[in-house]
Design a protein around this ligand. Structure first.
Ligand code: SF4
Length: 237
């Protein structure tokens, strides 16, 4: 799955990783759930605040005794449990369809068998499900008890990696994924999830979509956007 699109380097990746570790500390926390439960959690989380999608996920867990029961539940009932989640009606419909799809292909609503597949094959398997892109597939593999080496790319991470100059300005999810995975050969699955949470935190509080707060950013010294901005303001002065 590697492409030639990326301009990232292992040294750049280590620089970003190390600076974020100094800024935010080591982060090995996070409760790992089964692959199918992580799949459900990731499926409902897009465009929704983490605390709201986590709350909806806990409601699903408490209402349905198993992923099988959730797959067999009426869409309207699932939608009610997803209250507070963006596009709850669409997600309820698509989540049920996705779980039925998994049952049809795997024989049961369970993804533990992915443990026996290599990462690229497991990603391909998951991405054949309607509504599942690289983000959900990688989160299922990396954040769950499967603990596979897959990097979860969200909109914060795309924005930061573009601005930093690690990928091209028009790079999309798969480009960022390929660039990071190619440069992260010495990073374990836990390192990759820590890297995700650190970048996400930077994107939420410092390198925001509408305003990049470069003066307080731990990546400022080596960030392309920061260097370009300094160069242009120096010329204008
Ligand atoms: S220096 Fe500025 S543009 Fe670069 S990553 Fe930090 S906040 Fe974003």
């Amino acid at each position: 799955m590697q492409t030639n699109l990326f301009s990232g380097q292992s040294a750049d990746l280590r620089t970003i990783r190390d600076r974020l570790r100094v800024a935010f500390g080591r982060d090995r926390s996070g409760v790992r759930v089964s692959a199918i439960n992580q799949f459900i959690r990731s499926f409902i989380s897009s465009r929704t605040m983490d605390w709201q999608s986590d709350r909806a996920f806990m409601r699903l867990l408490s209402r349905y005794r198993s992923p099988e029961a959730l797959a067999d539940a009426p869409v309207a009932e699932i939608e009610a449990a997803l209250a507070g989640v963006q596009f709850a009606d669409k997600k309820a419909r698509e989540l049920k369809a996705a779980l039925l799809h998994i049952r049809a292909r795997a024989g049961t609503v369970d993804l533990d068998f992915l443990a026996g597949l290599d990462v690229d094959t497991a990603l391909l398997w998951l991405e054949q499900i309607r509504g599942v892109g690289r983000k959900i597939a990688a989160a299922t593999l990396n954040f769950s008890v499967l603990r596979k080496r897959a990097f979860v790319v969200d909109t914060h991470i795309i924005r930061i990696m573009r601005r930093f100059g690690f990928v091209k300005p028009n790079a999309e999810t798969e480009d960022v994924y390929d660039a990071v995975m190619a440069a992260a050969r010495d990073m374990s699955a836990d390192d990759l999830s820590e890297f995700h949470w650190h970048l996400k935190r930077l994107g939420q509080h410092t390198c925001k979509a509408l305003k990049a707060d470069c003066p307080i950013c731990p990546l400022a010294e080596t960030c392309l956007k920061r260097l370009e901005t300094s160069y242009h303001s120096g010329h204008a002065a």
